[in-house]
Design a protein around this ligand. Structure first.
Ligand SMILES: NC(=O)c1ccc[n+]([C@@H]2O[C@H](COP(=O)([O-])OP(=O)(O)OC[C@H]3O[C@@H](n4cnc5c(N)ncnc54)[C@H](OP(=O)(O)O)[C@@H]3O)[C@@H](O)[C@H]2O)c1
Length: 253
């Protein structure tokens, strides 16, 4: 049985760093899951034969079913599942179309739950699930409301799953980074550079997440800056924190 890692959103900024780090681990194959075939092909060239390209749009049920079918036919030993793919945009909640809302929930929430459920039967004791949440899960966040709510879902879901899977010896970790320097961030707004306090590199987040998961932690928070934000979210009224956030983004919304 090949020992594999499954990494969704493998072509993105954080996903590529997970691939780079997981290549050092004791796995025979990494299933790199994403939509963009050109980028997936470039990754195969960059990272080599251990990488197996799995083209899949996580918002499409048929694509997900094909991925589950692949697991069932190959019956791999899934040592690591990293649910990293995620989308989100800034904007007024009422400004999103029905399709945009459903798409974001499907990718950020539904696909993660389905992937966990379909992967667990192929995971042995000592395996790990990392679900990528965000520091935006710590309290409600106006103008990235849907995104933050979806990440709160991921964090809550993952930590409870960690308790449920303890008897199987499977560790689940919710990864809660602050701003990461990837293509997801809109670097300019109306010609002005956008400030991202506490911005970190994707490699730092990936390394810390794998380290925290190896230690059995149910949450991974990578920088002192985000640890401080997490602490404040526990002691300050959330309406204050939302107001501070609104003051910070008033130039952009
Ligand atoms: N950047 C930040 O500041 C930040 C902060 C906290 C948390 N996060 C979280 O970190 C994770 C990685 O984000 P990132 O910053 O690396 O973003 P990114 O560079 O935009 O990468 C997103 C990845 O998700 C994949 N993806 C998007 N839609 C998909 C779909 N329908 N089906 C399959 N794959 C899809 C993309 O690949 P294709 O386009 O090829 O499908 C890409 O590989 C996300 O969950 C994000 O929410 C990011």
């Amino acid at each position: 049985m090949p020992r594999i890692a499954i990494i969704t959103g493998a072509t993105g900024g954080l996903g590529q760093e997970f691939v780079r780090e997981v290549l050092r681990e004791n796995v025979d194959e990494i299933w790199a899951v994403a939509r963009n075939e050109k980028r997936l092909g470039e990754m195969k060239t960059k990272f080599g034969d251990k990488l197996r390209i799995v083209r899949c749009d996580l918002s499409i049920s048929d694509d997900l079913s094909a991925l589950f079918h692949l697991m069932e036919t190959e019956k791999p030993d899934i040592r690591l599942l990293i649910n990293n793919a995620g989308i989100g945009e800034m904007g007024a909640s009422t400004g999103f179309t029905d399709d945009e809302i459903v798409n974001e929930i499907n990718i950020n929430c539904k696909a993660i739950c389905l992937l966990c459920n379909h992967a667990v039967p192929f995971m042995l004791a000592g395996s790990h699930i990392l679900n990528i949440s965000s520091a935006s899960s710590f309290q409600p966040v106006p103008y990235i409301n849907l995104y933050a709510a979806s990440k709160a879902f991921v964090c809550s879901y993952t930590r409870a799953l960690n308790v449920e899977l303890k008897s199987k010896g499977i560790i689940c970790t919710a990864v809660c980074p602050g701003w990461i320097d990837t293509e997801m961030l809109q670097k300019e707004y109306n010609g002005k550079p956008v400030k991202f306090p506490g911005l970190v590199s994707p490699n730092r987040v990936a390394v810390q997440a794998l380290r925290d998961s190896a230690k059995g932690k149910d949450m991974s928070i990578c920088s002192l800056f985000v640890k401080y934000e997490h602490f404040l979210s526990k002691i300050l009224p959330h309406k204050w924190l939302m107001q501070i956030w609104l003051n910070g983004i008033k130039d952009y919304v």
